[in-house]
Design a protein around this ligand. Structure first.
Ligand SMILES: C[S@@+](CC[C@H](N)C(=O)[O-])C[C@H]1O[C@@H](n2cnc3c(N)ncnc32)[C@H](O)[C@@H]1O
Length: 251
């Protein structure tokens, strides 16, 4: 089966908002890294009955089954950016034996990579996403990961005290890729970040900028968290952020 990088597929040219970009050194570096990130994804060129893509991280081929009927049913570029970051910064952001939760996990790629890096992972999303999420996570981590990942429902802002009581939340990292866009649950998303985050928790969040709404969310987010931009990919309109709770005591 012939495989090609999605970066070279015409259908992915929409990823590059490269209007009149000058060939500056920064642009060149951005394109180099983005090419490398996108080269981690391969899709079969032959038509098959199930839709899947494969990704290459942590020395593993990760096969992701997708569906075309909702936002969480495909792998979004922000997820690749976050996976690439986790892989290439594994020393600084060591996942081994860490408690990690992913919100809006979708097809599960980020959770799978965190799990292959050695974390105790809880992958969460809306109830209708959990079947496919569980399938992808199980097939890609079974006999490969140090700790068996969990899949749990987490609808932002819903039953948090019951399903994720603050007293038992003990997450070292919260991971999130492309969870901010034109949906009506942005305030609930913020509440969820706040609920899951302890003083010692680090949020790693890849964010795709599309509309003004995203900038407003960042402003709201900064009221509760200290936000640091750790990477930027202008050709994808994606930024990678690290955040911790505001006014936390040093640990
Ligand atoms: C754009 S997709 C990103 C999926 C995945 N993180 C990725 O980057 O490939 C947004 C994800 O957020 C989830 N989501 C949207 N609204 C949600 C809500 N109210 N509660 C929980 N998850 C939600 C969707 O189901 C979807 O998986």
């Amino acid at each position: 089966m012939k495989k090609t990088s999605i970066y070279h597929q015409p259908s992915f040219h929409y990823l590059l908002d490269s209007e009149a970009q000058e060939e500056t050194r920064e642009d060149y570096d951005d394109k180099q890294v983005v090419t490398e990130i996108m080269a981690r994804c391969f899709i079969p060129t032959s038509i098959t009955t199930t839709s899947w893509e494969s990704f290459h991280f942590i020395g593993h081929e990760i096969r992701i089954t997708e569906a075309m009927d909702c936002y969480g049913a495909v792998v979004w570029p922000s997820a690749l950016v976050l996976c690439y970051f986790l892989e290439t910064n594994a020393k600084q952001y060591n996942m081994v034996d860490k408690n990690v939760i992913e919100i809006g996990a979708g097809t599960g790629l980020v959770s799978i990579v965190a799990s292959l890096l050695g974390a105790h992972v809880t992958a969460t999303d809306l109830p209708e996403l959990l079947g496919n999420l569980q399938y992808n996570i199980f097939r890609n981590t079974k006999m490969k990961s140090k700790h068996l990942p969990q899949v749990k429902e987490l609808s932002w802002g819903v039953a948090l005290d019951t399903n994720f009581p603050r007293s038992s939340n003990n997450f070292d990292y919260i991971l999130a890729a492309d969870v901010v866009y034109a949906h009506p649950f942005l305030e609930e998303l913020l509440i969820t970040f706040d609920h899951l985050c302890k003083e010692t928790t680090v949020i790693l969040w890849a964010m795709k900028f599309r509309l003004e709404k995203e900038n407003k969310f960042i402003d709201r987010f900064k009221e509760l968290f200290d936000l640091e931009e750790i990477s930027s990919f202008p050709s994808l309109n994606i930024k990678l952020y690290k955040a911790v709770k505001k006014n936390r005591r040093s640990v």
